[in-house]
Design a protein around this ligand. Structure first.
Ligand SMILES: *[C@@H]1O[C@H](CO)[C@@H](O)[C@H](O)[C@H]1NC(C)=O
Ligand SMILES: *[C@@H]1O[C@H](CO)[C@@H](O)[C@H](O)[C@H]1NC(C)=O
Ligand SMILES: *[C@@H]1O[C@H](CO)[C@@H](O)[C@H](O)[C@H]1NC(C)=O
Length: 483
């Protein structure tokens, strides 16, 4: 919000000029007006001079040729010094601060006509997960958000944070034409759609057009007033779950490539005989989703590859259930310690929860295969993966040596998978759709897509069928369709 304070204080300055203090005499006012006129005419004169100089001499090497851009940039700098101040130049974890940096760069490049390819295309990051992600939060949504931000900025787009709807509406109306799309939380998009001071309408023309609002939704299902086609998903739900309710969701996906490549790879020869059990809470070792009920984690003694295998976990809380025997608890691990332990393990063992976590992708990128439990399958067609429900459905079509699938309760299959994983080390592996390049292509596609025409189609369908809401902003944008 502080990004907007300078504007407010600027307005205060104007107010003082219009209502001078009583002590100021009329003459003083006139004098000040005259001097302003003088300054103004000088500026006009100077601009004509500089413009002429610019056009006529631009290609001629001359000492002045260097002086001109400097004086222009000095003028810009002095103008900019009143707008979007950067309170903490050395920080990158504060969204207000990042907004100021981006706005300064944008205004400067627009003024000097030097904007990069996509710089004048703004994407409003209107989910708290975006601001949280630069602040260091690491939930699945935060990791997803950070990779979208990285993809946008690597392609030169201007990303501006607006974590709630008030901030969103206020930001949007400042430069509506520059905003290509808004990426919002699902419930936020719903609220904005029904909020007359958020959505665009005949009485709120600078509001956000419904078709520009995309929902940032980690789970299955639609989370946007205009439906699944405006709902962005981290996984390709249409492929994972072709019989489900998310076939029309937009697969945006994410990439852990940049973060993972910064972590050194441990060659298999240097790894201890260790596997990592993926469970933050001891509660994950019970309940309906627990994949290995009635099973011990003590490796079978007749299996040489598993002899002396160390089975570790980093439990944040061991108070909400029993931890199976043979699991060595390393206690609460911070992010670095977790990656260190994971990176020197020979397999990551899923126990049923958490669902769709990014960690198995990190693991494979660090050369650690994942054991993905199958919690539900069709007993008539046990190998039909479209009917599987696994801990990580984003990986259910992957195969060994990267991903091993084990049916819930299949103790023998479990140990077979652990053995195979330990015996077949892998190099770094990033699922092809999850490389940064693949992500950038999808991000570019959603930013550049003709959402407006699609919105018109939805409106037409809804008017014809009488089903679904018809938003005021759609009326405003397509008035002819109302006749
Ligand atoms: C910020 O960074 C600049 C240049 O990188 C450095 O000179 C300055 O000391 C830093 N300030 C703080 C408060 O760290
Ligand atoms: C601008 O975005 C497009 C995708 O929309 C991308 O292909 C291109 O490389 C980007 N331009 C720059 C200068 O990064
Ligand atoms: C685990 O054991 C209980 C009773 O000991 C039994 O009811 C249950 O079916 C078993 N579960 C599996 C998956 O084998």
């Amino acid at each position: 919000m502080s990004a907007y304070l300078p504007l407010a204080s600027h307005e205060d300055d104007d107010a003082e000029e219009i209502n001078p203090p009583f002590s100021q005499s009329r003459n003083e006012i006139r004098r000040s007006r005259n001097s302003k006129l003088l300054v103004a005419s000088f500026v006009v004169f100077a601009s004509i001079l500089l413009f002429t100089f610019d056009v006529v001499y631009i290609n001629i090497p001359h000492p002045f040729a260097k002086a001109y851009p400097n004086s222009a940039s000095n003028a810009l700098e002095s103008f900019m010094s009143h707008l979007f101040p950067i309170g903490m130049p050395n920080r990158t974890d504060n969204w207000e601060n990042e907004n100021s940096k981006a706005m300064r760069k944008l205004i400067a490049c627009m003024k000097t006509n030097t904007c990069g390819g996509n710089q004048t295309s703004i994407v409003l990051m209107s989910s708290f997960h975006f601001s949280n992600s630069i602040h260091g939060h690491v939930s699945g949504e935060d990791i997803w958000a950070l990779s979208i931000l990285n993809a946008l900025t690597e392609m030169g787009y201007t990303a501006i944070f607006a974590p709630d709807n008030r901030e969103l509406a206020r930001t949007y109306r400042t430069y509506p034409d520059l905003v290509k799309v808004v990426i919002a939380e699902g419930d936020q998009a719903m609220q904005c759609f029904n909020d007359p001071v958020c959505i665009k309408s005949p009485t709120h023309p600078l509001g956000i057009p419904a078709w520009k609002m995309l929902s940032f939704h980690f789970w299955r299902g639609s989370a946007n007033p205009l439906g699944s086609k405006w709902t962005l998903s981290p996984e390709n739900y249409g492929v994972i779950d072709p019989h489900g309710n998310s076939v029309d969701n937009v697969y945006l996906g994410y990439s852990i490539e940049r973060a993972c490549m910064k972590i050194p790879f441990v060659p298999s020869g240097e790894r201890p005989k260790q596997v990592y059990v993926f469970a933050k809470y001891s509660g994950y070792f019970s309940g309906n989703d627990y994949a290995y009920p009635n099973q011990t984690f003590v490796p079978p003694s007749d299996e040489p590859s598993l002899f002396d295998l160390k089975i570790v976990a980093g439990l944040r809380s061991a108070t909400d259930g029993e931890v199976p025997e043979a699991i060595h608890d390393l206690g609460t691990l911070n992010k670095e310690a977790f990656y260190e332990q994971l990176g020197k393990s020979r397999a990551l063992i899923g126990v049923g929860r958490p669902n769709l976590s990014p960690s198995p992708y990190d693991a494979m990128c660090m050369g650690v295969p994942f054991i993905n439990p199958i919690l539900v399958f069709d007993s008539n067609h046990p190998e039909d993966r479209t009917k599987w429900f696994t801990q990580h459905d984003g990986l259910k079509y992957q195969n060994p040596p990267y991903v091993y699938h084990v049916k819930k309760g299949d103790s023998e299959g479990f140990w077979q998978a652990v053995k195979e994983a330990v015996e077949h080390p892998i190099e770094r592996y990033i699922v092809p759709e999850m490389t940064m390049d693949a992500l950038k292509m999808r991000v570019a596609a959603i930013v550049e897509k003709d959402w407006k025409s699609m919105g018109a189609e939805v409106l037409r369908e809804r008017q014809k069928s009488g089903e679904g809401e018809v938003c005021p902003s759609l009326y405003l944008l397509f008035p002819k369709m109302l006749t």
